[in-house]
Design a protein around this ligand. Structure first.
Ligand code: BG6
Length: 369
């Protein structure tokens, strides 16, 4: 039940730290990754995986997209995300060493279920990342890696998203362990980062009041853009999706590097643009490029809202607003940076008098194709 909360969505955003912590529980042993559900599948099976295809829809697909960067980097296995409804019709290349990972909060999305069944017919191994115990998709899969976000009621997914990324990271670390692509010290360092995420999400929710103010002055915006690079790119897509779903505003997410290849034509005075700024500690080059994107759009009159690490003074002269995040490892920034975007969409929808839990035309789980 909603308890004292004004909406399920607000309640579920507040539960995000627990969603991550509970998804990690019993899957980390003495500072190293040890996922019983994946061990049951057999180390041999994981060792031989030479390709991963993530199948999902909506927010779950964006979680998959975030996961590709870390899994490829840690386990050195190519990872693609395919929208479940596209996967079946593209004559996918699937062999016995292909691992098809489905992601679904409900575990009942028909498109995703059909993709999993098809993958099995083609001989793939299948793992289901799912938030609903005993749902159809995990039952139809070789292994289930449940996210323990707790029931998610609001139609627009929030806590399930961060839990899905957490589960993918556990999978990436377990693969890296079995394949020997990360040594123990490297794994331990990453596990430490992962365990620190819930506290950092809590810090990000501390920006709620400021984000609500921002949302209020943007209540009349007819379009909003989101830019991100690397793991910030899928977060830009998710930020835009949230705004479409909840506030019915035309919103688009772009890879920041694409700006000059088209989207910059959309920039006009007053247009709000959220920019996810990667930490300069991870890559000075990426950071510099994103700052120069900010300058380009600012020069054309856009209102820039930078989502950046607290200590990043370089954004201050160029951004109209800065939403400050705590320091986090390269792959862990998206788990934290998504939170202000979720809050923003919720507050903007609220400012417009809309029902944030039950947006028009949408259903929590789509059980038809
Ligand atoms: C959509 C929901 O219809 O289905 C989204 O509105 C969700 O919020 C998507 O991300 C996928 O759902 P599930 O249950 O498979 O994760």
């Amino acid at each position: 039940e909603k308890g004292g909360w004004s909406s399920f969505m607000l309640k579920e955003i507040t539960e995000e730290p627990d969603a991550v912590a509970n998804t990690l529980r019993e899957r980390i042993h003495e500072g190293d990754v040890k996922v019983p559900e994946l061990e049951a599948l057999g180390d041999e099976v994981l060792r031989e995986v030479d390709r991963i295809i993530v199948v999902a829809a909506g927010t779950a697909a964006y979680a998959g997209q975030v996961g590709t960067y870390a899994i490829e980097s840690w386990a050195r296995v190519p990872v693609d995300v395919q929208l479940a409804h596209e996967f079946r019709y593209r004559d996918p290349i699937v062999g016995p060493n292909t691992l098809v990972v489905s992601i679904s909060q409900s575990g009942e999305t028909m498109d995703t279920l059909m993709a999993v069944k098809y993958a099995r017919e083609l001989g793939a191994r299948t793992i289901s990342i799912c938030n609903t115990q005993g749902a159809t998709i995990p039952r139809e899969s070789d292994a289930a890696l449940y996210t323990h976000a707790g029931p998610e009621v609001a139609v627009a997914s929030t806590k399930a998203f961060v839990a899905q990324i957490t589960a993918l990271y556990l999978l990436g670390l377990q693969l890296a362990r079995v394949k020997g692509t990360l040594d123990e010290a490297a794994r331990r360092e990453l596990v430490e980062e992962l365990v620190a995420v819930p506290e950092k999400i809590r810090f990000a929710t501390g920006e709620h009041e400021r984000i609500a103010e921002l949302a209020h002055w943007m209540g009349t915006a007819s379009a909003v853009l989101f830019l991100g690079r690397h793991v910030g790119y899928p977060i830009a897509l998710e930020g835009a999706l949230k705004l479409k779903e909840l506030a019915y505003i035309h919103a688009e997410g772009f890879a920041a590097g694409e700006l000059k290849h088209g989207p910059i034509a959309l920039i006009e005075p007053g247009l709000p643009v959220f920019v996810l700024v990667p930490s300069p500690r991870h890559s000075e080059e990426m950071h510099r490029k994103v700052i120069s994107n900010i300058q380009e759009i600012r020069a054309r009159g856009a209102r820039v809202i930078a989502v950046a690490e607290q200590a990043d003074a370089a954004v201050l002269p160029f951004a109209d607003e800065v939403i400050a995040l705590p320091l986090a490892g390269k792959f862990f920034e998206p788990l934290i940076a998504v939170v202000p975007l979720q809050i923003f969409a919720m507050e903007l929808a609220t400012a417009k008098g809309l029902d944030v839990d039950q947006p028009r035309n949408l259903a929590k789980s789509v059980t038809v194709e």
